[in-house]
Ligand binder design. Structure first.
Ligand SMILES: [Zn+2]
Length: 226
């Protein structure tokens, strides 16, 4: 096992990063204000739980986060990156790849297919999740690890939470994606805004019938919860 310190980003905030990879610091940006950092401290265990890691050290307003990864993780992650490269070579879509592994078996693979299929939801993670779930004949990815060439966008993050794998490992960050012209970070920022302040208006128009559907669902005895 080797220790890899992974990037973290705090919601509701300008970002701070402390990215150390294999003992070599490749990017560190200061937290906007140390006081902000302290103030958010209590939220960290919750925010990080999805990554399966833990906060272990704070020094000079920088955040250090570590997670145990293995050489198998590295190999699978490289497969995801390879898919990303193959995808752009074949004109399939953006430079993103993903594989899903359960008990040392690759059960789903995907690369970005947005432009070749005219499907804005055909991100590598979504494509791989669909394949893995079909393979398992299940809507849950219990016991699986998702390897993504890049930190997932908010849509894929949502898909990953719905699929509930054990863990996610990724190789580049949303800032790297933004630098390449994919502004996932914009969507992350939009999520934090009130509905009325978003670039795409989200209009709440209450309808009783919409609530009636929920009522009918709650009463159903033969429903499948997920
Ligand atoms: Zn995505």
């Amino acid at each position: 096992m080797q220790i890899v310190i992974q990037p973290v980003q705090l919601p509701m905030h300008k970002v701070t990063w402390a990215v150390w990879t294999h003992g070599c610091r490749n990017r560190v940006e200061e937290f906007p204000q140390p006081a902000d950092f302290e103030a958010r401290l209590g939220l960290f265990p919750y925010n990080f739980s999805g990554f399966g890691g833990q906060l272990f050290r704070i020094r000079r307003s920088r955040l250090y986060f570590w997670n145990m990864t293995s050489s198998k993780d590295k190999s699978y992650l490289q497969q995801a990156i390879r898919l990303a490269r193959e995808g752009i070579g074949q004109g399939k879509g953006g430079p993103f790849g993903c594989i899903i592994v359960k008990a040392d078996e690759v059960i789903g693979t995907g690369n970005n297919l947005v432009t070749s299929t005219n499907d804005p939801t055909a991100h590598a993670e979504v494509v791989a999740i669909r394949e893995a779930c079909a393979y398992l004949n299940s809507y849950q990815l219990t016991g699986c690890t998702v390897y993504a060439s890049c930190e997932p966008c908010p849509m894929c993050l949502g898909a990953i939470y719905w699929a509930r794998p054990d863990r996610l490992v990724y190789a580049s960050t949303r800032l790297d994606a933004a630098d390449a012209g994919f502004d996932d970070d914009l969507i992350y920022r939009e999520i934090a805004l009130p509905a009325g302040e978003r670039q795409i208006p989200f209009v709440f128009m209450p309808e009783q019938e919409a609530l009636d559907v929920f009522r009918a669902w709650k009463k159903m005895s033969n429903k499948k919860l997920y």
